[in-house]
Design a protein around this ligand. Structure first.
Ligand SMILES: [Zn+2]
Length: 431
């Protein structure tokens, strides 16, 4: 299957000039070749092969007046010859109209095949360009760093907007090798997440900074008079700052989720009420007055928004990789339950970062303990024994079990799947 992702592109002035020259050369090669084909057909009554047009192009490059054709990447020029060849074949087969000449006011485009672009970590660099071409990726569900396009098409619309299109031969599922690891994730407030392995995933600092910038520009804009030129300018700055936050966040989320899915066969998370997270839902339950992050309201919103997206990415990435995402009920008292013996605390103040279990004397880091409980609960949801790594079992039954478990979760988890840890109060609350 072939998929094309078309995004807005924003070449800098140097890149735009270089691409403009490339478009000009593509147009010239198309038109000159079309002219030659045209005459050859009318005068000699025969067609020209692609090979002949390619040889013709090489000859043009050797002339003084067309030597500038060598200054742009040869790939888009050859591609335009191929397209014209196809257009002619389509015409002769009665499938299409006679190919037309291109003019400078219409849509311009240049096709780059694999040898003429580099796509690394989501950064696109075209042949003959030294800096990456900036583009806005608008598929939050797809990591631009993971796509492997066969062709990249840069185009400019008559209105001056630039686009880059990534043509990808897609393979829907890419099963990943099982790693034997399972990870529970406690999505945090202080940090982005804490894992059952004890690791912490911090909120990226640059995102914080960008969010602060955005807030500052928004305040500035609010002070400008409506309808004024200054307000328009301020508004553009806000839009830019906002886009930067979005990108930084998307980038962070994609890298984080890709990493987690690569590492673990089973991932367990809490089913968060994303919209209520900042105010009540989580706060009133386990951690009254949860207010660890002393930040502006806007900043909080900017940082909270990704949690739903985080889950969505984990869902499709685990599915794609043939791995399992277990989503456990958000009322499950993951923080207050001892992950070692199951003892359930009556209360645990938010300010308490570490605690010792009265039942088994285990000393807990609050978030790591929660993540461990989430993992245990998630394992129970997918019918996995502790210590047994999901994905190691590659029997058909095992995989169908995993699939049904994932599906069940995706369609709105049922509390029935939540395990009865010792100190059954948790379970009573759920029913
Ligand atoms: Zn305990």
């Amino acid at each position: 299957m072939r998929t094309a992702y078309k995004c807005r592109a924003y070449p800098d002035s140097e890149q735009a000039a270089q691409l403009g020259r490339t478009f000009g050369c593509v147009r010239l090669v198309w038109n000159k070749t079309l002219d030659a084909r045209h005459r050859r057909y009318h005068v000699e009554g025969r067609t020209i092969s692609y090979k002949e047009t390619d040889a013709q192009l090489a000859a043009w490059k050797r002339t003084d007046e067309l030597a500038f054709l060598s200054e742009v990447s040869s790939v888009p020029l050859q591609q335009t010859l191929r397209h014209q060849h196809t257009a002619y074949q389509n015409f002769f087969a009665g499938r299409a109209k006679y190919p037309r000449f291109k003019n400078r006011t219409g849509k311009q485009s240049a096709h780059y095949t694999r040898s003429a672009f580099k796509l690394r970590n989501g950064q696109l660099t075209l042949a003959k360009q030294s800096t990456p071409l900036r583009f806005v990726w608008s598929w939050p569900g797809i990591d631009p760093a993971t796509i492997n396009p066969t062709t990249v098409i840069v185009s400019r619309e008559p209105d001056g907007r630039w686009y880059v299109t990534f043509a990808v031969d897609t393979d829907d599922s890419e099963p990943a090798a099982p790693t034997g690891e399972s990870i529970g994730i406690d999505l945090g407030v202080k940090d982005f997440a804490v894992l059952s392995t004890g690791e912490t995933i911090a909120n990226p600092k640059h995102l914080d900074r960008k969010a602060r910038n955005l807030a500052r520009y928004q305040r500035r804009m609010a002070r400008k008079q409506k309808g004024s030129a200054n307000r328009r300018k301020a508004k553009r700055k806000v839009a830019r700052a906002h886009r930067k936050v979005r990108h930084a966040r998307a980038d962070f989320l994609h890298r984080t989720t890709t990493n987690l899915v690569r590492r673990a066969d089973t991932i367990a998370i809490e089913d968060l009420n994303v919209s209520g997270m900042t105010s009540s839902a989580r706060g009133t339950r386990e951690q009254p007055g949860r207010n660890v992050k002393q930040k502006s309201g806007l900043n909080r919103r900017v940082l909270d928004a990704p949690l739903g997206e985080f889950r969505r990415q984990l869902e499709y990435k685990t599915t794609r990789a043939g791995k399992t995402l277990a989503v456990i009920d958000r009322w499950y008292p993951s923080s207050k339950t001892c992950s070692a013996c199951g003892h359930l605390l009556n209360m645990l103040k938010l300010s308490t970062r570490t605690w010792t279990c009265p039942g088994c004397r285990t000393r807990h880091d609050r978030d790591v303990n929660a993540a461990k409980n989430i993992l245990a609960a998630g394992r129970a949801v997918v019918g996995q024994q502790p210590g047994e790594a999901c994905g190691v079992d590659v029997s058909p039954q095992g995989s169908s079990l995993r699939q049904s478990a994932s599906k069940q979760e995706l369609s709105g988890a049922s509390p029935k799947g939540i395990p009865a840890l010792q100190g059954g109060e948790a379970v009573n609350r759920l029913s």
